[in-house]
Design a protein around this ligand. Structure first.
Ligand code: ZN
Length: 389
C-alpha cells in the first residue's frame, strides 16, 4: 500500500513538473495516459547535436520564463558554457532549460528524433538531455530494440507487459534523480521514434496499462535475451529477494541462437583488463569457479590464479571487466589454451526474469502472454494501471 501511494504521488509530481505538451499540440495517446517517463537520452556528454524542424521555445526551468523563441534551428552543437548553454550562435543562460516544440515540431538529438520536449541539465559543463514522454509511447520505442517485430504476438505482448512494469518501477524508484531511465542497455534500449514498428506498437496497444504486481506491489520485472536453461535469482545480483524473481528451470530456449556461446580472447588482453580494474594477477595461470549457484549453475565467484597471486572476483564483476559481450553470461567454463583465454557458456544476459527467446518458443507452442509471464515471474499477477490515480 505504501509503495502504491508513493508511486501515485511521484507520477502526479512528474506529470505536473514535466509537461512537454503544455504549449504544443496534444500528442497521440497523451490525453488518455498521463504517466510520463523521463529518459536520459544523453548523459554527462560535452556536447550534443540538436536540430529542431520548426517552431520552438526555450524556457528557463527554474523561473519558467521564455529565454528564446524561434521558428527553426539548423543542426548545431548544444554545449554548456559558464553561464548557460550555447546552441550554435545563440546563447541562453541558466543551469536547467526546457526546449519545447510548438505545434507538431520534432526535436532531433544526435540524429535521433524524439516525441515531445526535452530538458537539458548542465553539471560542470557536462550535459544531460532528458526526454519526458508518455509511458506507452516510450514503450513503442523500447519494444523495437528489445525483440524482433516478426515474433508471435503473444511473445511481444508478454515483453510489452514486462517492459511497462520495469519502466514504471524505475519511475517509482527514481524520484530523487533527474531522470527515470537511461536510453541504453543499463535500463531498456530506447531508440526514439525511428525505432517504432507497427507490430510491436500493436503489442503495446493491446496490453495498454497492464503491468505485473506481486502481492499488489509493482516489482522490477527484469528480462534478458536467453537464460540458457535456468533463470537466475535476483538476490545474487541485486539483493532483491522476491518470489517472482527467484529463478525457474526453462526448457524453452534450447534452440535460441544465444543458447550456447564460445569466445576466445588473448591472455594478454584479459590480464590487462583485470589489472586496470584493480586485479594485477601478473601472468595468468588458471581459473577456479569457487562458488556456483546450485540451481542455475551460474558462477558466483571466480578465482583467477596468477604469477603475482590469486584474485577472487565476483562473476558479475568479472563479466563486466572482461566485457559483457565476450562473457555473455555467468554460466561458463574458462580455460587457458595457448595464448588465449577460452570461454564456453550458456545463455546471454544477466538471466533474471523473463527469458526472451524462451518466451518466443513458448508463444510458438501456443502459450499466451499471460501464461508466459506466469511461468517466468511465478506468483505475479497482471494488473491494470493505466493512470496514476
Ligand atoms: Zn530460457
Amino acid at each position: 500500500m505504501r509503495t502504491r501511494l508513493y508511486f501515485l504521488t511521484i507520477c502526479a509530481a512528474i506529470s505536473v513538473i514535466i509537461s512537454p505538451y503544455r504549449s504544443g499540440a496534444q500528442e497521440p495517446g497523451a490525453a488518455n495516459n498521463p504517466i510520463r517517463v523521463r529518459v536520459a537520452v544523453v548523459k554527462g556528454a560535452d556536447s550534443a547535436k540538436i536540430f529542431i524542424a520548426g517552431n520552438f521555445r526555450i524556457i528557463d526551468h527554474l523561473s519558467g520564463s521564455t529565454l528564446l523563441e524561434e521558428k527553426y534551428l539548423p543542426e548545431t552543437d548544444l554545449v554548456a558554457t559558464g553561464a548557460g548553454f550555447k546552441l550554435g550562435e545563440k546563447e541562453v543562460s541558466g543551469n536547467v532549460i526546457s526546449v519545447e516544440p510548438v505545434g507538431g515540431t520534432r526535436i532531433y538529438i544526435n540524429e535521433r528524433v524524439f516525441r515531445g520536449g526535452i530538458k537539458v541539465i548542465k553539471d560542470e559543463k557536462k550535459l544531460t538531455v532528458i526526454n519526458a514522454l508518455d509511458l506507452e509511447e516510450y514503450l513503442y520505442g523500447v519494444m523495437r530494440n528489445e525483440v524482433s517485430t516478426w515474433w508471435p504476438m503473444e511473445a511481444l505482448k508478454a515483453q510489452a507487459i514486462a517492459a511497462r512494469t520495469y519502466a514504471l518501477n524505475q519511475v517509482a524508484e527514481s524520484r530523487r534523480r533527474d531522470y527515470d531511465v537511461m536510453a541504453d542497455v543499463s535500463s531498456q534500449v530506447y531508440g526514439g521514434i525511428f525505432s517504432e514498428k507497427w507490430r510491436t506498437n500493436r503489442a503495446v496497444d493491446e496490453t495498454k496499462g497492464k503491468i505485473l504486481t506481486y502481492k499488489g506491489a509493482i516489482f522490477p520485472a527484469f528480462f534478458h535475451a536467453t537464460c540458457g536453461g535456468s533463470t537466475f535469482d535476483a538476490a545474487y545480483l541485486w539483493n532483491i529477494d522476491l518470489p517472482p524473481l527467484k529463478g525457474v528451470k526453462c526448457r524453452w530456449c534450447g534452440k535460441s541462437p544465444h543458447f550456447y556461446w564460445e569466445r576466445w580472447i588473448p591472455v594478454r588482453e584479459s590480464e590487462g583488463k583485470l589489472a586496470a580494474a584493480g586485479y594485477p594477477v601478473g601472468d595468468m595461470i588458471g581459473f577456479e569457479a569457487v562458488k556456483r549457484d546450485p540451481f542455475s549453475a551460474r558462477i558466483l565467484e571466480l578465482k583467477v590464479k596468477g604469477s603475482k597471486g590469486d584474485a577472487a572476483i565476483l562473476a558479475k564483476d568479472f563479466r563486466r571487466i572482461i566485457g559483457a559481450d565476450i562473457v555473455r553470461s555467468t554460466n561458463f567454463k574458462v580455460t587457458l589454451v595457448g595464448g588465449y583465454v577460452a570461454f564456453e557458456g550458456l545463455g546471454w544476459g544477466h538471466g533474471v526474469g523473463l527469458c526472451q527467446w524462451g518466451a518466443y518458443y513458448m508463444s510458438r507452442a501456443g502459450k499466451t502472454a499471460a501464461e508466459i509471464l506466469e511461468f517466468y515471474y511465478p506468483g505475479s499477477k497482471i494488473t491494470l494501471k493505466d493512470r496514476p490515480s
